[in-house]
Design a binder for this molecule. Structure first.
Ligand SMILES: Nc1ncnc2c1ncn2[C@@H]1O[C@H](COP(=O)(O)OP(=O)(O)OP(=O)(O)O)[C@@H](O)[C@H]1O
Ligand SMILES: [Mg+2]
Length: 237
């Protein structure tokens, strides 16, 4: 579905990625893990062509090269992107934030994601729909940001550290929502720092270190080699 093959990418003249390889099949949940500054966010930005420029290698989505597309065109291809800063409109209400333009990529078909379905997935958004987004908790803002993406009816969701800064109980609710989305067939690429949430969500994982993919495998393969966590994540399992 999505392939990053030997991707090099730079911010201006500063190269941040030096060989990223990531592949996601339809219906899969793939997690990218790595230390702060490893390149997780930059790898996602290569998919949506946000801020960074791919200088070598290829980014392919359903057989089509994404490089050189404008970010809004990538979204129209059916890729939803929830960046790490969440980007909700703080001075608008939840309901206003969810008034997003209709999807372009599935013309002629009824969109699966409606407000009703989004509220079923995140009942708290229904409960607080007249509250200003800026007054929501971090977890609720994360839900709102994901909900906005879903209303574009993506086939693939990119979630950049969706559990970052959330209290453990809220993070656990977010894991449950991600698993629910997975059961609905939404493919996801998730960047993550917390290994326990990765264990709950991921079909496969990639470890990124200093802008390079250094490990690819299943959770079982990752667990079988504690040296990888020690060397690249400084975690002793
Ligand atoms: N907008 C930017 N301009 C210039 N360099 C950047 C920019 N964003 C990130 N970088 C650099 O790119 C490298 C990879 O950073 P990136 O944000 O992709 O890492 P990350 O794995 O997402 O880290 P974190 O866990 O802290 O979110 C770092 O060296 C970082 O300083
Ligand atoms: Mg990041």
């Amino acid at each position: 579905m999505l392939t990053l093959e030997n991707v090099y990418a730079a911010y201006g003249h500063s190269e941040a990625l030096h060989g990223i390889n990531i592949h996601i099949d339809e219906g899969e949940v793939v997690c990218v893990i790595g230390r702060n500054g490893a390149g997780k966010t930059s790898a996602m930005r290569c998919v949506v062509q946000d801020l960074i420029k791919v200088t070598k290698g290829t980014v392919t989505y359903r057989g089509e090269t994404l490089q050189r597309l404008e970010p809004h065109m990538v979204i129209r291809k059916g890729i939803g992107y929830v960046p790490e800063d969440r980007r909700v409109f703080a001075s608008l209400t939840v309901a206003e934030n969810l008034r997003v333009p209709p999807s372009f990529h599935d013309k002629g078909t009824d969109p699966f994601w409606t407000l009703k379905r989004v509220f079923e997935l995140f009942p708290q958004l229904d409960q607080f729909k007249s509250r200003l987004a800026g007054n929501l908790s971090g977890g609720q803002q994360q839900m709102l940001s994901i909900a906005r993406s879903l209303l574009n009816n993506p086939h693939l969701l990119l979630l950049d550290e969706p559990h970052e800064g959330l209290a453990p109980v809220v993070a656990q609710e977010m894991v449950a929502s991600i698993l629910q989305l997975k059961s609905m067939g939404v493919s996801m690429l998730i960047s993550e720092q917390h290994l326990h949430t990765v264990h709950e969500c991921a079909d496969r994982i990639y470890v990124i270190d200093r802008g390079m993919t250094v490990f690819e495998g299943t959770m079982a393969e990752f667990d079988a080699d504690p040296e990888i966590a020690r060397r690249y994540l400084m975690v002793v399992q």
